[in-house]
Design a protein around this ligand. Structure first.
Ligand code: AMP
Length: 235
């Protein structure tokens, strides 16, 4: 593997699943454990909204309504993010792609750079479980860590374990907006499961078996992918 750019052997993955399936939690664990850069389109957008950038101002109304931000805005943002040096030695995408147009644009972009996706992990979770998870979710607006009031509480109530920032509830997690986000997921993102299955990239993982067991399953998928591309294996 090329030390400076990651070269041909970097592992590139997508985490697919409904809102609340555990993509953010798993991607952040993958970053901590294997050093894969976690690129979350929702976090990038929330940072833009927080910093009141032009992109943030354009994206905010869609996000607050539980709708998808238009593809052209997302593709520009992701193009810029994936071009940064840290993404050259492998990444795990969380929340992107979310439409067929985004998936095709990602394939085309990787192809022009002589790269390809190595695996897509689909975290499968029932709608009932999703609703339960989203209702108690808390996030850190600073480092993007995710908690749950009942199942994964922070050590000190309301405070991020990692960076000490006050935790907040996402503004798009009131029940009405959550319902809309799930509907949008079914209509626009769920078809990506078949898109990636037909390309032989899809690995289904039951997302309801607990954070550690999900991560163990991801570890073996990642290990096989890393072997295939000659990247370093999980420690
Ligand atoms: P997330 O944190 O991934 O649940 O994303 C929060 C919100 O950001 C979504 O409900 C969308 O409004 C927007 N968003 C995030 N990623 C995308 C994407 N790939 N395409 C379109 N909109 C997105």
């Amino acid at each position: 593997m090329c030390e400076c750019c990651g070269g041909e052997s970097a592992v590139r993955m997508v985490l697919l699943g409904a809102p609340g399936a555990g993509k953010g939690t798993q991607a952040s664990a993958m970053q901590q454990r294997w050093g894969l850069v976690h690129v979350a389109s929702g976090d990038l957008l929330r940072d833009n909204v927080k910093n009141d950038t032009e992109l943030g101002r354009k994206a905010k109304p869609y996000m607050e309504a539980g709708e998808l931000v238009p593809d052209d805005l997302i593709l520009d943002m992701m193009e810029e993010r994936l071009a940064r040096p840290d993404a050259q030695s492998g990444f795990v995408l969380d929340g992107f792609p979310r439409t067929l147009a985004q998936a095709e644009a990602l394939d085309a972009r990787l192809e022009t750079m002589g790269q390809r996706l190595d695996a897509v992990i689909y975290l499968r979770v029932s709608e009932e479980e999703i609703l339960r998870r989203l209702s108690g979710r808390l996030i850190c607006p600073q480092c993007h860590a995710v908690y749950h009031a009942d199942t994964m509480p922070p050590k000190r109530p309301g405070v991020c374990d990692r960076c000490g920032t006050a935790l907040v509830q996402r503004s798009d997690e009131d029940p009405e907006v959550v319902r809309k986000r799930l509907q949008v997921y079914e209509e626009q993102t769920a078809p990506l499961v078949e898109y990636y299955r037909s390309r032989g990239l899809l690995h289904e993982v039951d997302g309801a078996i607990g954070v550690d067991r999900v991560l163990a399953k991801i570890a073996s998928i990642l290990e096989a992918a890393a072997k295939r591309v000659g990247a370093r294996e999980p420690q």
